[in-house]
Design a protein around this ligand. Structure first.
Ligand SMILES: Cc1cc2nc3c(=O)[nH]c(=O)nc-3n(C[C@H](O)[C@H](O)[C@H](O)COP(=O)(O)OP(=O)(O)OC[C@H]3O[C@@H](n4cnc5c(N)ncnc54)[C@H](O)[C@@H]3O)c2cc1C
Length: 394
């Protein structure tokens, strides 16, 4: 008989986990508080460490059909458009064993959702908020609010894939005393119709524009139809009043002010997008374990990170792959979760720290920025690629 798993949250982590656990002979129910998957979103880079797992889950080909394959990552000086570094990534499959792709978040979630719906042992319930969790001996119980009624469900395993403000993490603590911490940075996200963008920036390249206290990342999505833009500025606005930390209407003057001294090409790119959304960035310090008895944390619920290594979703997908691997070899849920936590915790913590460091490097000014630019030139494409082997090549 199959084991039973409940997953709280149908984000990228929860959906990938539903696929992974179904393959490991679980009957899976995913409870998602949203009424439907949000259509709004922006681009995601999916690095080889994540696409390798998607391949193992049997969804990479369908994902690739909607993704673009950037051929290089460019670091560009924001003030005058000088290219500081060009790292080829079209050889990612040879170098790291899997492709480097970019995809619209809404496309990825839809494709994962369709794959879950095709899986007979997995069930997806929207409009279902996991409000309470109890038990943790032989069974785990959840109270799920569905409209005006609350139902009870039970399983052998509960996975908290419920994001930054995880209810599952809050309920059991996992040894943590603090909640999410504001990173002092706000990401402004938008997509622009490529027709409004200079031909140079429609090429399949991830461009990273660097300047003092801000940076801008842009790359094409959906073929070349749209350009994804993420501008990150330092700001005290934490969006604290919002329950959901994402998706605030952007303070456009603050964005324009932050980039006012940048090149005209940079300012043209910002002007090409009609509507910006603001995401105050949060992180949480790493915790001692991602598991407690029959409960596992995964993705942003376990290790939220600033997005400067493009690893939040990638790490959620890696977690899913790890859970699937463990439970295809282990019957005992508590033993399997200890193995899962041990396998994941060190790597996730390192990436959390490295992502923060990367953010500081991106925003350097004055002589420090000069030194950074010189170091990038000195390393060259081969040296830069080698610095990512530990991250992409697992
Ligand atoms: C500006 C920016 C750029 C980024 N770029 C990249 C990138 O290029 N590459 C990359 O890999 N990552 C990137 N990320 C990070 C990535 O978006 C997240 O890390 C990833 O989406 C986390 O997925 P998740 O499934 O763990 O959590 P979430 O996406 O937060 O999903 C959690 C789900 O749980 C649901 N939920 C919450 N509480 C409950 C409850 N009590 N009951 C039921 N359901 C519940 C929520 O509605 C949600 O659907 C970026 C992030 C930002 C902010």
């Amino acid at each position: 008989m199959n084991r039973r798993a409940i997953i709280a949250g149908a984000g990228i982590g929860g959906l990938a986990t539903a696929l992974a656990l179904s393959r490991a002979r679980f009957d899976v129910t995913v409870y998602e508080r949203a009424e439907a998957l949000e259509e709004f979103g922006a681009g995601l880079q999916l690095t080889p460490n994540a696409t390798r797992v998607l391949s193992n889950l049997g969804v990479l080909e369908s994902v690739r059909a909607f993704a673009t394959s950037p051929c290089a990552i460019l670091a560009i000086r924001g003030s005058d458009d000088v290219t500081l570094m060009r790292m080829p990534i079209d050889d990612a499959e040879r170098r790291w064993g899997a492709p480097y792709i970019a995809i619209h978040r809404a496309d990825l979630q839809r494709l994962l959702q369709e794959a879950v719906r095709r899986t007979s042992s997995a069930k997806l319930c929207f409009g279902s908020t996991v409000e309470d969790v109890w038990g943790n001996g032989d069974q785990i119980f959840v109270g799920v609010k569905q409209g005006s009624r609350t139902i009870q469900d039970s399983a052998d395993l509960l996975v908290g894939a419920d994001g930054l403000r995880s209810r599952v993490r809050e309920r059991f603590g996992f040894g943590e005393t603090d909640g999410p911490a504001f990173a002092g940075r706000v990401a402004f996200r938008a997509t622009a119709d490529s027709a409004h963008v200079d031909r140079r920036w429609r090429r399949p390249e991830v461009c990273l524009r660097l300047g003092p206290h801000a940076h801008l990342v842009h790359y094409p999505l959906r073929g070349e139809a749209i350009l994804n833009l993420v501008a990150v500025i330092e700001s005290p606005w934490s969006g604290a009043a919002n329950d959901h930390p994402w998706n605030g209407e952007a303070n456009r003057p603050a964005l324009d002010r932050a980039f006012s001294k940048w090149s005209s090409a940079t300012r043209d790119l910002l002007a090409a997008a009609a509507r910006w959304r603001a995401w105050p960035l949060y992180f949480r310090p790493s915790i001692a374990s991602f598991s407690l008895g029959r409960i596992a944390l995964l993705g942003d619920a376990a290790h939220p990170m600033v997005p400067f290594l493009a690893q939040g979703a990638a790490q959620a997908i890696e977690d899913a792959g790890a859970l699937g691997r463990v439970f295809s070899q282990t019957e005992s849920i508590p033993d399997g979760l200890v193995t899962y936590s041990r396998a994941r915790i060190g790597r996730a913590a390192r990436i959390q720290i490295e992502a923060q460091r990367q953010g500081r490097i991106y925003h350097l000014s004055g002589p420090m920025a000069f030194a950074r630019d010189a170091a990038m030139r000195l390393l060259g494409p081969a040296g830069i690629s080698a610095r990512y082997d530990w991250l992409y090549g697992v």
